[in-house]
Design a protein around this ligand. Structure first.
Ligand SMILES: [Zn+2]
Length: 291
């Protein structure tokens, strides 16, 4: 049986140089696309203009080419597509599943502490819902006063609209159905006063616009998929399949992070490591095994 061509994407943020963890993610998508004679797309998640730099964006493209991980078609830069996100946000607003939140980070923290909730796991404590109960007049007053606010997904309302939703997870031993349970993430932020999107909304909209059929990303982002699946259902978008892959770890089994500066592809290139060796490292293949 010949599998259908798969459309995958790699979506880094240009807030630093590529490191081994990125290469693993890129490889997962690249290999699935190439194996099926599909397409491997590149997207730059550059919404947060205070942290993103053109220099990093250029370096990401250059490193990918050097590694032999070529992409198909133009690079999609999220900052150039704000209208797409604005439109999706408008639809959600019309459905009544958004509400403005005027809390500061500190207020959210204090609220959680008062409620006795402890931060947990990957996602931290969900937002306690302080602003969900404000009435229309209170909201209008605060919005007109000019203070900053975020737009949050009212998850309970959203789930009342969508009902139960699932996705197909491509595990190491084949596909299985996963039931979306976004409750641990709570009422996530979908936009801010001056920015019509957040990570969750932009990813969901982009995957649909770019017609991605298989999302490959690290298992540290698996929790996000639960809320993305709900957004897809609300916005009537197609559901890609998902493959959440293992993360690259160091010799001691610790996750690599941006703090491991020595492990940027830049610095490895400078020290004379070949692309094939970097690919092996990203896949967790020790040099002795591949020799
Ligand atoms: Zn709030």
């Amino acid at each position: 049986m010949i599998a259908d061509p798969v459309v995958t994407r790699f979506a880094p943020s240009p807030t630093g140089y590529l490191h081994l963890g990125h290469v693993r993610s890129a490889l997962e998508g690249w290999r699935a696309a190439r194996a099926s004679r599909g397409r491997f797309l590149l997207r730059l998640e550059d919404i947060d203009q205070t942290r993103c730099r053109d220099e990093y964006a250029a370096a990401i493209l250059e490193d990918l080419v050097w590694l032999g991980l070529s992409w198909d078609g133009p690079v999609r830069k999220q900052s150039e597509h704000l209208d797409d996100y604005r439109r999706a946000l408008g639809r959600l607003a019309e459905m009544g599943v958004l509400y403005p939140c005027f809390c500061t980070r500190r207020e959210i923290r204090d609220e959680i502490a008062r409620g006795g909730g402890a931060p947990h796991g990957l996602s931290g404590s969900p937002y306690p819902g302080t602003c969900r109960g404000l009435d229309q007049r209170q909201r209008a007053d605060k919005q007109h006063s000019g203070i900053d606010y975020a737009l949050r997904l009212d998850l309970a309302r959203a789930l009342a609209v969508t009902g139960a939703v699932e996705w197909a997870e491509e595990g190491e031993d084949g596909p299985r159905r996963k039931l979306a349970d976004p409750t641990p993430l709570g009422d996530v932020v979908l936009a801010r006063k001056d920015v019509p999107t957040s990570y969750h909304l932009a990813v969901t909209v982009d995957d649909a616009i770019q017609e991605v059929t298989l999302v490959t990303r690290g298992e540290d982002l698996a929790m996000a998929t639960h809320v993305h699946r709900v957004l897809q259902a609300l916005l009537d978008l197609p559901t890609p399949r998902y493959h959440h892959h293992q993360l690259v770890t160091d010799a001691a089994g610790r996750r690599l992070s941006k703090r491991d500066r020595a492990l940027t592809i830049r610095s490895m290139r400078k020290s004379g490591i070949a692309p094939a060796e970097i690919i092996d490292l990203a896949l967790g293949i020790a040099p002795s095994q591949s020799a």
